[in-house]
Each structure stands twice: as structure tokens, then as C-alpha cells.
Design a protein around this ligand. Structure first.
Ligand code: PGA
Ligand code: ZN
Length: 434
């Protein structure tokens, strides 16, 4: 049995230049591993609390020295000598030590850093990769990626209200080939944008963030880029959207402040999505198409469109098993977005994935808009075996690190490796354009 001997935290920077934590767990046999904590911008209201110092003389109040002290103080004291292989027991102890329902006392950033660093250390201790130790039955399914190639909303300074326009290479035979095709489309998109005189600077997740004229224009440009790269939209490569609707929901209406300044009632918002699905059969997945506080809207869209398309809940479920259970009961969405730092422990994250599987929901493992070079989510996506990941565009080191890790895992699995491809979307049978 290897025990936890030491926990250290370092205040580092994330991809936006904001402070976050790197936590190193050292075991009694000297084995050590580090995990780095991500950070969101379009956060769900009920996410676990990311503890920030609030001292405006440092990083505008965003420092994480309090969280660092919690790791090295209270958490280290409680966990010194704890069995590093007992992830469930460890995470339960962390939750109990915090004592709040939202991890607001010690901070979800402190707690996740520890939970994940110990998971890594335990894997290392066994001489096995993380994807093989996170779950009892190691999976061999490489996830179909969703690459966010055009950024809008809160992730870009543009006229687009919707946050993420992703390409998903469902029709390629392997992860390796899927990533290649995606990078080719990304580069084709750059040419398409250039040709129209648009800027090709990138947003937080590595997608282009040009000053486009409407919310629909990104879809048109992506379809053009897919074809230009030599692929068939709706067959080889499909589109996934994350408008992050909570960000433009105000007093019961959806307000398009960045594009045409229109205001839509929930029923009109659903009608808009319906028209988009009809016009663009290449769209296979819609995340946060309704706002987290619009329960009725969510129920209606699930009833009306849930048999046509994957509807992913992110801001509304916040990777919280209790909240997710309630959502399932209320007929909301048919898939969940999985973000470790929304809930703060490895165990609760795996619980959500298990709950999704048991209830016929999809599960998409996800990065945050503020990331580091940590690649844990690549391993988590393979361990989860649910066949989906979204971790940004084919650009920016912190996004590419995850894709590159998946390439390594694919090689390591060898002939056993399977690529999820279109299999996860089979139940929806989106129409194919002639
Ligand atoms: P966030 O964005 O990390 O800023 O929350 C990602 C998402 O909404 O899926
Ligand atoms: Zn989202």
C-alpha cells in the first residue's frame, strides 16, 4: 500500500494568464505526480466554488494563494498517511473536510488539484497509464473529438452571440486520421476567412474569432471549409454547437446583444434551433441550446428535438451527480458535459459518467476555456469509454496537448484501439444532404 506523504501546491498561470493551481502529490515510496487545475469563463451558476484570494493588489483579486495554503495545510494534515489507491475514500474525505455543498470553504480548485494529483500518483505507482487505473474495466475506445474552430460569445470579441462552433470528424476510421482531417479543415477555414478579408486571430479555445455578420455565418464558413479540405459535410465531418445560452439569457428572454440585437422568448429560441436543424442537417449536437435557468425551455426542447439530435447539458448539470439525477428525472437533455472542475473530485466526475451510461445519456468529456498543459481529460475520456471529448481547436498548445495525449494512447492501445466515430450518434440518425 502506498500512502500519501506530502502535498504541495504552486500558483501557476492558465492559458488566459490567470492564476491557477498545480498540485503535486508525493507518496511514501517517493513516487510523485502533478495535476494542474483548469478554469472556466462561461461558468454555470451552481458550479463548485473556485477559491480566489480577492486581494486586488495581486492578479486583480484572482490569486489562488488561499487555495494553495489549504492544500498544504488542512488537506495535507488530513490526508497524510492516506491510502493513495483509495480514490473513493480520498474524495469522500476531501468533501467531508470541506463540509459545504459547493466546496466553497477549501475551494474546488484546491480539492480537484489534490484529487487528480493523487489519481496520477497512484497510476504511476502501479506503472500504468491513468486511463487504465481510473476505472475497473479499462476501455479501448478513442473519443470522437469536437474541435471548436470558430469562437464567439464570451470567448471572443466578435459580433457572434453563440460561443462555440465545432467540427467533429465522425466519418474517419481512426483517431489519428480524424485529427488529421480536423487540422486540415481548420487550415482550410483560415483560407476561407482570409479570402473574405476576415481576421484569423484566435479566441480562448484556439478557434478563429473574426468579426462576422451573423450567428449563422460561422456555420456557412465551416461548411465551405470542410468541402474545401476535401471532405463531405454531414458524413465525414459534422458540426456541433455550444451557444452557451445562459450567457445571453436575461429576465426570461434570449437577447442577441452581439449580432442583430433581437430578443427571443424561449419558444422562439426553440423555433430558431428547429429551423437551424432543418437548414443544416450537418449539425449533430447542440450543447446549452437553452439557458440553465430556463427549465421549461430545456424540457420543451428535449421533448421536441431530443429524438433528432444530441442535446448536451453543461451549465445546467455542472457535472454534479445530484443535479444531474434531478435533470434526468425531469426529462432534460440526453447527454451531459463532463468537466472535472465543475464538481471538484475525480469520484464525483466518474459518478456522473456512470449515471449517464445507466440512463442512456451521452457524456462528453470537456476542457475549460482556461486551461494548462495538463492532459488528464484525455485519459479520462478514454477511461470513461463514452466516446466523446471536446478540447478546443487544432491550435494553441494547451488544447493540442490533449489531442497529442490521445494520439499516444491510441498508439499504446495498438490493435485494440477503436475509434468511436459516428457510433455514438447512431440513435439520432441525422438526415444526410444529397
Ligand atoms: P467555459 O466554456 O470553460 O468558459 O465554461 C466551455 C463551455 O461552455 O463548454
Ligand atoms: Zn458549454
Amino acid at each position: 500500500m502506498s500512502e500519501i506523504a506530502r502535498l504541495e501546491a504552486l500558483e501557476i498561470l492558465d492559458s488566459r494568464g490567470n492564476p491557477t493551481l498545480a498540485v503535486t502529490a508525493t507518496l511514501s515510496n517517493g513516487i510523485a505526480a502533478t495535476a494542474k487545475v483548469p478554469s472556466g469563463a462561461s461558468t454555470g451558476r451552481r458550479e463548485a466554488v473556485e477559491l480566489r484570494d480577492g486581494d486586488r493588489s495581486r492578479y486583480g483579486g484572482k490569486g489562488v494563494l488561499k487555495a494553495k495554503r489549504h492544500v498544504e495545510g488542512a488537506i495535507q494534515s488530513a490526508l497524510c498517511g492516506f491510502d493513495a489507491n483509495d480514490q473513493k475514500g480520498l474524495d469522500k474525505t476531501l468533501c467531508a473536510l470541506d463540509g459545504t455543498s459547493n466546496k466553497g470553504r477549501l475551494g474546488a480548485n484546491a480539492i480537484l488539484g489534490v484529487s487528480l494529483a493523487v489519481a496520477h500518483a497512484a497510476a504511476k505507482d502501479h506503472g500504468r497509464p491513468l486511463y487504465a487505473t481510473l476505472v475497473d474495466k479499462p476501455a479501448n475506445l478513442l473519443p470522437t473529438p469536437g474541435l471548436n474552430v470558430l469562437n464567439g460569445g464570451k470567448h471572443a470579441d466578435s459580433n457572434v452571440d453563440f460561443q462555440e462552433f465545432m467540427i467533429s470528424p465522425v466519418g474517419l476510421p481512426s483517431f489519428r486520421e480524424a485529427l488529421r482531417a480536423s487540422a486540415e479543415v481548420f487550415h482550410a477555414l483560415q483560407t476561407v476567412l482570409h479570402k473574405r478579408g476576415y481576421g484569423t486571430g484566435v479566441g480562448d479555445e484556439g478557434g478563429f474569432a473574426p468579426q462576422l455578420k451573423s450567428n449563422e455565418e460561422p456555420v456557412e464558413l465551416i461548411l465551405e471549409a470542410i468541402q474545401k479540405a476535401g471532405y463531405k459535410p454531414g458524413k465525414d465531418i459534422v458540426i456541433m454547437l455550444d451557444p452557451a445560452a445562459s450567457e445571453f439569457f436575461d429576465e426570461g428572454s434570449y437577447v442577441f446583444a452581439k449580432s442583430d440585437k433581437s430578443k427571443k422568448a424561449p419558444a422562439e429560441m426553440i423555433a430558431l434551433w428547429k429551423s437551424w436543424l432543418k437548414k443544416y442537417p450537418e449539425i449533430w449536437s447542440l450543447e446549452d441550446g437553452m439557458a440553465e435557468d430556463d427549465h421549461q425551455g430545456w424540457q420543451s426542447i428535449t421533448k421536441e428535438l431530443g429524438n433528432q439530435i444530441q442535446l448536451v447539458g453543461d451549465d445546467n448539470f455542472v457535472t454534479n451527480p445530484e443535479i444531474f439525477r434531478e435533470g434526468i428525472k425531469n426529462g432534460i437533455a440526453n447527454a451531459i458535459l463532463i468537466k472535472l472542475n465543475q464538481i471538484g473530485t475525480v469520484t464525483e466526475t466518474l459518478d456522473c459518467i456512470q449515471m449517464a451510461r445507466a440512463n442512456g445519456y451521452g457524456a462528453v468529456v470537456s476542457h475549460r476555456s482556461g486551461e494548462t498543459d495538463d492532459t488528464s481529460i484525455a485519459d479520462l475520456a478514454v477511461a470513461a469509454g463514452m466516446g466523446q471529448i471536446k478540447t478546443g481547436s487544432a491550435c494553441r498548445g494547451e488544447r493540442i496537448a490533449k489531442y497529442n495525449r490521445l494520439l499516444e494512447i491510441e498508439r499504446e492501445l495498438g490493435p485494440k484501439a477503436r475509434y468511436a466515430g459516428a457510433s455514438i450518434f447512431e440513435r439520432w440518425k441525422r438526415p444526410v444532404k444529397a
